[in-house]
Design a binder for this molecule. Sequence first.
Ligand code: GLU
Length: 324
Amino acid sequence: MKKYGVLAGAAALMLSAGGFGTAAIAAEESFVTIGTGGQTGVYYVVGQSICRLVNRGAEQHGIKCTAPSTGGSIDNINAIKNGDRQMGVAQSDWQYHAYNGTSKFEGEKYDKLRAVFSVHGEPFTVVARKDANITSFDDLKGKRVNIGNPGSGQRATMDVVLAAMGWTTAEFSLASELKSAEQAGALGDNKIDAMIFTVGHPSGSIQEATTTTDANLVPVTGPAIDKLIAENAYYAKATVPGGMYKGTDVDTTTFGVKATFVSSSDVPEETIYQIVKAVFDNFDRFKQLHPAFANLKEADMLTAGNSAPLHAGAVRYYRERGWM
Ligand code: GLU
């Protein structure tokens, strides 16, 4: 059996040498890694979906892509900065702060950060156990709240919200730092009263949280949130539609960001060009890979949520398509 395989391979090689030149002159191999998030989040699907489309063309362009689970936005930006990973998914607020050296990135302006495209919207989503009687953000006072793992976008944004409210984690009876993939289980096990996740919808993680236990989504509104939205272009009002999750039949108002796909100007133009081409040449296929991608529009993805300059490889592809 094995021998047959080798022979078949040799025959294919001869065939290609006889006329299909591109396969015979295989492109130089390069390996790229996309930083994602927890395994039950949408970033993980973004990374896996991009890699799936890229790896289909590996014989032509030589790029092999992997997308491991990571700590999330901040972790992904830092990994690009120190050269551990070439690309990653990051919230638009953290793309902005990393490029401009503000907020959590104060004094660490990363001017090689490049936007590639933005993806789905991510409402800042609070889910609470029904028996905890939490119907507003203020009700979180005195409760056991999972504020998220350091390195995640939801944790970094939660820190911003707390500061805007004039709160610290001391307002909570417990401030746990579980990763996104662990928090639905902790909510169901009654280890926490509420969890926070900045994530695209519908999200497997929120579905898990609202089906394994009686839970409700909590609106995130009020003067402090209005001020955040008014003062920062990367924040916008966001709504999670009623009926999307068990236990919440009405629309939930909150604020949100965009998920964005980022890289560094140190990553070669050709690499990013091929990756962007793999996604947009197969865009209908990409959109089917997660319900949160269903309404994506190419034109928005070039602009909305991006504050760092576009990567040269992305610009090359977008110009070819006449999109800029
Ligand atoms: N927005 C989250 C973060 O920045 C990740 C969301 C997801 O995993 O889909 O860490």
